[in-house]
Design a protein around this ligand. Structure first.
Ligand SMILES: [Zn+2]
Ligand SMILES: [Zn+2]
Ligand SMILES: [Zn+2]
Length: 474
């Protein structure tokens, strides 16, 4: 009897892929599928209806008509551009790539920043919040003797809770970042600090200027004629629900990135000025009943030199800094700490997937939002971010390129691909677009997910998303 060996198919790649579906059905679906593909499989595209007319700036001649009416199903789909991985994986990857480019070009050049910036003094600083009460901390698992909180002085708080903890906590331990006594923990202080961080940061940067001027022996106002300080920073939420910031700082000459700083503007001076500026940064916040709350930076201020290559405890490479920062922008928020969308009412906090500690911080933010003295902090608007308002990633004006510029370059590249020839004299665009909806029905969302799988997640971001150099020539 003849034996037939049947080899099992070891390939786990499906023979029929989601892209085949587009070929099986009609041209309108095919066009829609391609549009969705261009969005990289965005999970929640924005639907727009309207038109953009492109005219020659000099002659007003109509060069190009772009209307949603000519698009599949009569709508233009635009990617959601959400930076959060939990909301949209492909868009967060794109955002991550942009952040990396912004930080990286400010450290080693590119995207319109001269490569000579890599010779400028650069440091990477980490700024933390002060303590709002003892919390459980990650212990060093290389040291068997390392305990969470050593027993010293008072053993219990006024609520009868222990003020020490003999346990060892790994990073995944849910107790990490939670207070030893929730009744003692200064929840209001933590929220108000998050809400005031932007103001504190601005003061910190100004103080670095003052400290630099003092060391150089010039008046603060004269400093910009000698040296310029620029930075790019990202903030992240720590497990205790306080934000902290990572920032790359750079000294330039008075004309910015293309100008070499004077020889006396060294890494040592930059490091010294930042280290001195930390403790000198202080603001007062007026509260109810004439209360005055002092806001300061945490005592832990880590400053490291950024170099072209190599990484040890004292220095960090340009690439490490860029990807480190980009990673935090999309993955920074620890699970159960913040919510991606604004709250409409306090009831949403109870139902949300949050840790008890985060829930209490969020509730505090919402409740303090009713205090007239804190009106300017817009605490209810930002309660989902534990009071922190503003952007996760920010930079000073001259640091490097911007998200807007990167988007514009990308849009121009796509227009070029679409065969739109722009006259030398320039064009004017008249646009009228109306928002008609967001997101995809569940079955269509599955198709988007398939595209995201096939294009972005497996292969990494598409080359035209990250490599802008070709289109920059236009
Ligand atoms: Zn998206
Ligand atoms: Zn502990
Ligand atoms: Zn207590």
């Amino acid at each position: 009897m003849a034996m037939v060996a049947v080899m099992p198919d070891r390939s786990d790649r499906p023979v029929l892929r989601i892209s085949h579906l587009a070929r099986m059905v009609g041209p309108e679906f095919r066009a829609w599928y391609q549009a969705l593909e261009r969005l990289g499989g965005c999970a929640g595209p924005v639907m727009l209806v309207g038109h953009t007319l492109t005219r020659d700036a000099a002659t007003s001649e109509l060069l190009h008509v772009f209307r949603s009416a000519d698009l599949p199903f009569g709508t233009l789909m635009v990617a959601c551009r959400n930076r959060r991985e939990s909301v949209c994986v492909p868009c967060s990857l794109l955002h991550n790539g942009d952040t990396f480019q912004i930080i990286r070009s400010g450290l080693s050049g590119g995207k319109g920043v001269p490569a000579s910036v890599s010779r400028h003094p650069r440091v990477f600083a980490t700024v933390t919040a002060p303590s709002f009460g003892p919390v459980h901390r990650v212990t060093d698992n290389h040291r068997a003797s390392d305990r969470c909180r050593v027993r010293r002085g008072e053993l219990t708080c006024p609520h009868g809770n222990r003020l020490w903890c003999a346990a060892q906590h790994s990073a995944s331990d849910p107790r990490v970042g939670t207070p030893l006594c929730a009744e003692c923990y200064d929840y209001a202080g933590a929220v108000l600090w998050n809400a005031s961080f932007g103001v504190l940061w601005n003061q910190f940067v100004k103080q670095i200027g003052r400290e630099t001027a003092e060391r150089v022996g010039v008046r603060r106002g004269e400093l910009p004629n000698l040296v310029r300080l620029s930075f790019a920073k990202v903030v992240e939420f720590q497990r205790r629900g306080s934000i902290h910031a990572h920032a790359a700082f750079r000294f330039d000459g008075p004309d910015g990135p293309g100008d070499d700083p004077p020889v006396w503007a060294t890494v040592g001076l930059l490091r010294e000025a930042i280290t001195a500026a930390g403790p000198a940064t202080r603001r007062y916040l007026a509260g109810p009943g004439g209360e005055r709350r002092a806001l300061a930076l945490g005592r832990q201020l880590d400053v490291r030199e950024i170099t072209g290559a190599g990484t040890d405890d004292r220095v960090l490479s340009e690439t490490a800094v860029g990807s480190y920062i980009a990673k935090y922008v999309t993955k920074g928020d620890p699970a159960g700490m913040v919510l991606p969308r604004r709250l409409r009412h306090i009831g949403q906090i109870e139902a949300a997937p949050l840790s008890e500690h985060a829930r209490r911080l969020m509730r505090t933010a919402w409740e303090l939002g009713d205090v007239p003295e804190y009106e300017g902090l817009h605490l209810q608007m930002w309660a989902n971010q534990l009071g922190f308002r503003g952007n996760i990633a920010t930079k000073s004006r001259v640091y490097s390129t911007t998200y807007g510029e990167l988007r514009e370059v990308r849009a121009a590249y796509r227009r070029e691909l679409a065969g739109v020839v722009e006259p030398k004299t320039g064009v004017v665009r008249e646009s009228s677009w109306e928002f008609v909806g967001k997101g995809l029905a569940p079955d269509l969302a599955e198709i988007a997910e398939g595209i995201a799988e096939e294009t972005v997640i497996r292969k990494g971001p598409r080359p035209d998303w990250i490599e802008f150099d070709r289109s920059e020539e236009t």
